[in-house]
Design a protein around this ligand. Sequence first.
Ligand code: UT7
Length: 339
Amino acid sequence: MKNEKSVGIIGLGYYVPEKILTNQDMEKIVETSDEWIFERTGIRQRHVADAEMATSDLATRAAQKALADAGVTAEEIDLIIVATATPDMVFPSTSCLVQANLKATNAAAFDLLAGCSGFVYGSIVATQFIKAGFYKKILVIGAETLSRIMDWTDRATCVLFGDGAGAAVFAETEPGFGILGADMGADGTGGDLLKQPAGGTRMPATPETITNRLHFIHMNGNEVFKFAVKVMGESALKSLAEAGIAPEEVDLLIPHQANIRIIQSAAKRLKLPLEKVFINIHNYANTSSASIPIALTEAVESGRIKKGDNVVLVGFGAGLTWASCVLKWYKEETHIAKQ
Ligand code: UT7
């Protein structure tokens, strides 16, 4: 990623649906308890979209806030990347729906599927386009309506996820700021550990696939947990090495919010005290590709990040995939609209 142009985030925004399901609400749906969910995951509640809302609606609202924060019009956007595993439909892409909603008439648009690593994958892709001089301003959005593909009878998965969207505008920044290091990777041999088996060309929708609940999330939680603990620390260290920044110089770690115990072990691996780790899983549960941009936006909004800070984003997810990047924070002021 060595190049003369510096590329970073110039605007942020997020949107979560208003409806909240607490752990007590989940106790009425499956055999579970607030105690089990909170102790094993750190989750207290999740936001769930109403029936008329889909991923492009959440993505559009987050994007509008990010554009306003950046002071950029929709027509100035050259490319929209929507990272999602829960598109409105298989095609057209959710990014094209968002492009239409925003009236971003000059933007190309594509979806990116890298599970919960999707926003960081998208951020790295956007950075390359701008460094190469191909595009100037790119919207990267992580957006999910996971409640639609959750098996509400499976307590091992349905308590873990939530809906939401987070967006960032990428552009050239002052030299020395923005993304200084990045790492992304995949291990497709672990694809079976986290998947939505039916609905694609391998297993098209049939009455049997529906009866067998194959259009929902299927996950081997323990194996994904082990994988996450390994790759989060490793990937963050690789990005930091590329950036020439020591772990002790990190001001804030923004990890994918999947499980508080995974976050704690990543912090331990990086020898970071928990004060330097942003955690909001209690409020949103796991929003997959939206979790990192929602957390980043909240961190900036709440004054946890200031200009010049070293911020690390790191995620892992279905694929299996992982990705991280190191940002020297660029923006002095924020104008992020409240929810
Ligand atoms: O973004 C990437 C997506 N995925 C992840 O990041 C998930 C990573 N994995 C995890 O976060 C954890 O593995 C889980 C939270 C999914 C599970 O936690 P665990 O500590 O590994 O629990 P477990 O799967 O080993 O289950 C322990 C027990 C089992 O009962 P028995 O067999 O010991 O009697 C489960 O049946 O907990 C039971 N259990 C529950 N009990 C109450 C599983 N889910 C629940 C539940 N409420 N919701």
